[in-house]
Design a protein around this ligand. Structure first.
Ligand code: GTR
Length: 327
């Protein structure tokens, strides 16, 4: 009896150890990068995704976020993700523009009529198709995050194209952005976000463009005080997973990761809305002026050549049309 119990006990222990080692082998710690700090809504979105992963797998899958641009510029972290040195990355969609052409579509100037229209479009099949379009380039698009609308800020108000004429406007590293800034009347200077503060201080650039939380978090409002609501693009943020890593995961884990990213979106949108309001207060208290009487139509009317140059394939044309048709 004693003997039998001991044997059963030993077998059970062995089985437990085996199961334990299998579990340990299955443990997956994903590594993500983001330019912003831990309190910025994009990083908070990734952390929400991590929480969901841990809850849904009893801690088997976790997500560590390397924030504050610690791993490099967005271009660099995209390269690291492509080779699998990073598992995923959160970037603005703009640095994807030169990599994967359909990401140009949601970056296009004046495409979305409102935040609500942008949400509807990105939540629809159009959004999924754009996310899926980067697989051949090494990226599995998991989700779009909110980034509001981007507007120009400078040392003077920008109400018309004439106001922007000849100004050196910092843009993201994307050919579309160079063309877009040119069509708005400015001289485009592409550079990574981390260099813009010094660039503005030293006069390397006169102006930049971004949403209010970025204008605030980057402290750019300390250097240039006029934020003019051109609202020329609603280029969203995007979460991109490394395809080389993805292809090694089980279909079950792929499903769990995809779902956790999607399910982090509503929380991220709330973090965004909260931060947008809080950032506005901070920049106003810091002496920034919000210029609302901008002749947006004059900027919008100048965008024909940008569309003609960048919306080139039948697929891109179709995506633009489907977005415009969303009510
Ligand atoms: C911000 C975005 C960053 C970065 C930045 C930029 O809105 O959150 O990821 O792309 O814009 O202008 O470079």
């Amino acid at each position: 009896m004693f003997q039998k119990t001991r044997m059963v006990g030993a077998a059970a222990l062995a089985a437990m150890l085996l199961a334990g080692s299998a579990m340990a082998a299955d443990k997956l710690q994903l590594r993500a990068a983001d330019y912003w700090d831990d309190h910025y809504p994009t990083v908070m979105g990734l952390k929400k995704m991590g929480e969901l992963l841990a809850q849904r797998t009893n801690g088997r899958i976790t997500l560590k976020v390397f924030s504050s641009g610690g791993l490099g510029t967005e271009k660099e972290t995209l390269e690291q993700t492509k080779i699998g040195a990073l598992d995923l990355v959160r970037v603005n969609i703009s640095p994807m523009n030169n990599i994967c052409e359909e990401t140009i579509v949601p970056t296009l100037p004046f495409l979305f009529r409102s935040i609500d229209h942008m949400h509807k479009a990105l939540d629809s099949a159009v959004g999924d198709e754009i996310l899926a379009s980067c697989a051949a380039k090494g990226y599995i698009g998991l989700a779009f995050y909110d980034s509001g609308a981007r507007s120009v800020y400078a040392k003077k108000p920008i109400r018309t194209m004439a106001d922007l004429k000849g100004l050196k406007l910092r843009v993201q590293q994307s050919d579309l952005w160079v063309s877009l800034a040119g069509a708005m009347g400015a001289n485009a200077t592409p550079m990574p976000m981390g260099e813009v503060y010094t660039g503005m201080r030293t006069g390397l650039v006169d102006a930049a463009e971004n949403n209010i939380p970025s204008y605030e978090s980057s402290k750019h409002y300390e250097v240039v005080k006029y934020y003019s609501k051109t609202e020329h693009s609603m280029a969203p943020e995007v979460v991109m997973f490394s395809k080389v890593v993805w292809d090694k995961l089980s279909p079950e884990d792929q499903k769990i990761i995809r779902q956790a990213a999607k399910d982090s979106v509503p929380a991220q949108r709330q973090f965004w809305a909260d931060r947008d309001a809080a950032s506005l207060k901070i920049v106003l208290a810091g002496g920034a002026q919000i210029v609302s009487d901008v002749d947006k139509k004059s900027f919008q009317d100048a965008m024909g050549p940008v569309y003609a140059k960048f919306v080139t394939t039948p697929k891109m044309k179709e995506l633009v049309k489907r977005i415009q048709e969303i009510k």
